[in-house]
Write a protein that binds this ligand. Structure first.
Ligand SMILES: Cc1cc2nc3c(=O)[nH]c(=O)nc-3n(C[C@H](O)[C@H](O)[C@H](O)COP(=O)(O)O)c2cc1C
Length: 162
């Protein structure tokens, strides 16, 4: 038993939370980018709002602030292979060989994701080391009934300490 408040216990407890694994995309002028995120969730039904937490050092962070929009692409358990590509620091080949189109906000929507949520940025908060981007969903749809990818299938949890 670790002492109360022990950091190791706290991080073990956090890593036992279930979280989804998504590709967060955005576009700004002629630049597009996508990155893996786990810290994303619905926070309102009316209006339909989602929240995503992005570390300020991510390239995507500045692009979202400029474009005021983003899309969450929901991956299936069969698309684990996309995680290594969209989490790696190398950004040039992230979209190679992947079919995508621009959504209503201009953010890339991956044809093979199981569902997408296309959002316009309505608010930002900086309560800790990640910026909370709150987006109003202006378009969204489902493409397949495959099982969504989570940290359980991926085998690791994002704790935000990177
Ligand atoms: C499973 C997993 C979940 C992640 N979740 C987040 C997240 O919620 N927020 C974040 O800022 N970074 C997260 N990352 C890290 C980014 O995906 C990674 O730093 C990426 O290279 C950022 O890309 P960019 O700098 O091109 O925007 C996660 C990484 C992994 C492997």
């Amino acid at each position: 038993m670790n002492p109360p408040g022990d950091k190791k216990s706290l991080y073990s407890a956090l890593s036992s939370m279930t979280t989804g694994i998504y590709i967060l995309t955005t576009s700004c002028e002629d630049i597009i980018n996508g990155m893996i995120v786990s810290w994303a969730t619905q926070i309102s039904y009316e209006p339909p709002l989602v929240l995503v937490a992005v570390h300020p050092k991510r390239y995507t962070h500045g692009l979202i602030l400029k474009s005021r929009s983003f899309a969450l692409n929901i991956l299936s358990t069969e698309q684990k292979y996309l995680v290594s590509r969209f989490k790696a620091p190398e950004i040039n080949n992230r979209f190679s060989g992947i079919k995508w189109r621009k959504g209503k906000t201009g953010s890339p929507i991956l044809n093979e994701c199981i569902a997408f949520l296309d959002c316009r940025l309505v608010d930002t908060y900086e309560p800790g080391n990640h910026t909370l981007f709150i987006g109003e969903i202006i378009d969204g749809d489902i493409n397949s009934n495959e099982k969504p990818l989570s940290n359980i299938e991926y085998g690791k949890s994002y704790l935000g300490n990177t």
